[in-house]
Every structure is written in structure tokens, then in C-alpha cells.
Design a protein around this ligand. Structure first.
Ligand SMILES: [Zn+2]
Length: 232
């Protein structure tokens, strides 16, 4: 109810402008990720340790021995798969010894550590995955149908879907920030990179974090816009 009141105070044009700004911000975040990654993937680390070796070392120090590290094709396709306990690195980061490769590999290992210690935000995020998938699949039909046939019931379902997405992107923020924090600490702690190499790692990880903030803002503003449209 409070949310509805807060939205009522924001007029629709204001929300539309904010929505547009969030779109620009998302494009900026995407640009930052590409430029930070492309710059730091060309800077080899002094230790010459590969992304795979770094992920292995970070996980070994945390006592994780049951996570498989695999190589995959594609650009920035790196992720940690908690269901199959698999740490997937793109070839560039799996084999590469760059500051970007080490940052990404250690970040994914950070997720494996979160999984092992039962980090509450990761558990919440994992629990939200099924309902988030359903919501994002439903959304296009619900929104189109709702506005086309002027069915407020469909708009209400759209609001619920966006609320789920917004919650998911919100919970993702601490999960991602925490994994990057762990990555930085582990890379230096294990002596994989020197302190003066850290800016290159941080630049890559911070740019990636921006995209998660952009995703959260965008789903929040879509939610607000839909609520304000429903009122009218
Ligand atoms: Zn991550």
C-alpha cells in the first residue's frame, strides 16, 4: 500500500523520464564493461597464473574440492552454476593470465565460497530463480495483452511479475558485490597478483557491478511505471 502511495506521488511523465535515464545508464554500464574488460584483458599479470589456476587456488584455500572448473566458448560467458557445482570460465579467462581474467575467475570462485558457507543472499537468490524465470517468460504476453485488450487483471499480473524481477535483481546486488570483494581479497592474499595490479582487477569487477545496478533500476522503474499506468 505504501508503495502505491509513493508511486501516486510520482507522476507518469516523471517515471517515464527516469525510465529513459535508466535505459541510458544501462547502455553506459554495458559500454563500461566492454571497455574495462578489453583494456585489462590485454594486461598480463606478473605472476602469469591462468584464470583456471586462480579459481582453483581460491577454492582450495576455502576447502572447496567438489566444484568442477570447465571451459566454455563465447565472450564473458563466465558463471558459477550452484546446481551442478560447476565453475564455468570462457576460454579467454580460463587460459588467460590477464588482470581481467584473474578478476573474473576469482569472482566466480567467490560465488563458490558463498555457496559453501551458505551465504544467505545467495540462498535467497537461488530460491527466487524458478519464479523469476516464469515471471520473465510471462511478462511480454501479460503486458501486450493488458494494454491491447485493456484488461487490468493482466496488468496486475504484470505488476507481480515486475515485482518478482525487481526483488531478484535487488538480492543479486549483495551477492555480486560480495563475490567481487572476496575475489580482490583472495587474489592479493594468495599472492596471485600484487597490490599495484589491483586497479586493473577492480576496474573490471566494478564495471560488471554497474550492469547489475542498471538491471535493478530498470526493473524497479518498469514496476513503478506499470503501477502508475494501472492507476490511470
Ligand atoms: Zn557474479
Amino acid at each position: 500500500m505504501n508503495l502505491y502511495l509513493a508511486v501516486a506521488m510520482l507522476s507518469q511523465p516523471v517515471i517515464l523520464v527516469l525510465l529513459l535515464l535508466s535505459f541510458v545508464f544501462a547502455m553506459y554500464a554495458q559500454y563500461k564493461v566492454s571497455s574495462a574488460y578489453n583494456k585489462n584483458v590485454r594486461i598480463p599479470s606478473r605472476g602469469r597464473i591462468s584464470g583456471r589456476e586462480a579459481a582453483e587456488a581460491v577454492m582450495a584455500r576455502a576447502g572447496i574440492h567438489n566444484v568442477e572448473i570447465t571451459e566454455t566458448s563465447g565472450h564473458l560467458t563466465d558463471h558459477y552454476d550452484p546446481i551442478h557445482r560447476r565453475l564455468v570460465l570462457s576460454s579467454e579467462n580460463y587460459r588467460g593470465t590477464s588482470l581481467a581474467a584473474l578478476g573474473v575467475a576469482a569472482h566466480e570462485a567467490g560465488h563458490a565460497i558463498q555457496h559453501k558457507i551458505g551465504y544467505s543472499m545467495l540462498k535467497t537468490r537461488m530460491a527466487l530463480v524458478p519464479i523469476t524465470q516464469i515471471s520473465s517468460q510471462l511478462l511480454p504476453f501479460v503486458i501486450l495483452g493488458g494494454f491491447f485488450f485493456r484488461m487490468s487483471g493482466l496488468i496486475d499480473i504484470g505488476i507481480i511479475c515486475y515485482a518478482v524481477l525487481t526483488l531478484f535483481h535487488f538480492v543479486t546486488l549483495p551477492v555480486e558485490f560480495d563475490a567481487s570483494k572476496r575475489a580482490r581479497a583472495e587474489l592479493v592474499g594468495l599472492g596471485i597478483i600484487d597490490r599495484d595490479e589491483m586497479p586493473g582487477v577492480s576496474q573490471t569487477l566494478n564495471a560488471a557491478a554497474l550492469t547489475y545496478v542498471a538491471a535493478f533500476l530498470s526493473s524497479l522503474l518498469n514496476l513503478l511505471w506499470l503501477i502508475s499506468a494501472r492507476r490511470n
